[in-house]
Design a protein around this ligand. Sequence first.
Ligand SMILES: Cc1cc2nc3c(=O)[nH]c(=O)nc-3n(C[C@H](O)[C@H](O)[C@H](O)COP(=O)(O)OP(=O)(O)OC[C@H]3O[C@@H](n4cnc5c(N)ncnc54)[C@H](O)[C@@H]3O)c2cc1C
Length: 215
Amino acid sequence: MQIGDDIIQYDTLIGADGVSSQLRRDITGKSQRANMYIGCISQTDLNKLEIRFWDKLKGFGGVISNNNFSMIGVGTGNGQTKVFSHAIEQLSNENNVDTRLKACSFAPTGNNIRLTLGDNIFLIGDAAGLASPLGSEGIYYAILSAKMLAENFNKTGYIHAMKKTRKHFRRERFYKKFVLNSFIRNRVFGLYRRQILKKTVDRFARSLLQKDLSK
Ligand SMILES: Cc1cc2nc3c(=O)[nH]c(=O)nc-3n(C[C@H](O)[C@H](O)[C@H](O)COP(=O)(O)OP(=O)(O)OC[C@H]3O[C@@H](n4cnc5c(N)ncnc54)[C@H](O)[C@@H]3O)c2cc1C
């Protein structure tokens, strides 16, 4: 097969080359959908843990502080460049973080899973699209898929071994679509912001605490 200018010969090919997998692109002719992240690090402890949603952004951002540094970041799907830039700009201005030091990366959405590209071409990890649709976590699934492929080194065996994971992803996609869609999410956070839900949540949290203390 030809990859770029190189002709390679193989018995078995395993694509473990991440979310922008060249192998996947060369064989299928297209890249998978990916979530885009931008993050900036500030060398000061902002003493904050904040999660922020924007009305038009299909994703979220926030601030996480550690002992001697803080990180601000925003993540979203493809095609939201304008609202995405606005979100990162707003967060960095509010927190005085220099966006010239930002880094951008991509993670799969858990929507375009391809475990094989033929009888003896396999994909694992991000190259296969194996990441949580809800949170984009993919480290566990990268290791799991490598293990499953090593133990079931044929097309049907590997697909069968990953059946449970795919079922789990289908459930996550359902939650993402119907439970966490922006309409419901904005209503719930709106109520929380307007103190209506906040009282109930605070009361519930206090009752849990009292229960613990009385033990
Ligand atoms: C900002 C961010 C935060 C994340 N946080 C988490 C988290 O908290 N928890 C979690 O579980 N997951 C997280 N993820 C996702 C996680 O990083 C990936 O799912 C995981 O690293 C996938 O592993 P992988 O081995 O499949 O791919 P990768 O880790 O991307 O490894 C692919 C490797 O292939 C190499 N490569 C690419 N092309 C070629 C080529 N043509 N030739 C040779 N080598 C090539 C790359 O250099 C790279 O080393 C995060 C992702 C991002 C972007």
